[in-house]
Design a protein around this ligand. Structure first.
Ligand SMILES: [Zn+2]
Length: 76
């Protein structure tokens, strides 16, 4: 998890996660878990629907995430 993910997760935790199938229904303050087995998410800071609900603009499915960090062009 990188610093952007941490910031996104912090923001996501300010709202509850939506109920399945869009989320895991965790309350505000509790990190998202996989609905299938209850384990923490390992590839995203929170469910997409929760990130949207919290107003996180930097979504983890942004195509820029597919590039490695050193390949990104800094935005100024
Ligand atoms: Zn969730």
């Amino acid at each position: 998890m990188n610093l952007d993910d941490q910031a996104d997760q912090d923001q996501a935790l300010t709202v509850p996660c939506p109920f399945p199938p869009h989320g895991c229904a965790q309350p505000a303050g509790a990190p998202c878990v996989r609905v299938s087995d209850g384990q923490p998410l390992d590839r995203a800071p929170a469910h997409i629907a929760r990130l949207k609900a919290a107003g996180v603009v930097h979504a983890p499915l942004d195509p820029r995430e597919l590039a490695r960090a050193h390949e990104r062009t800094p935005r100024r």
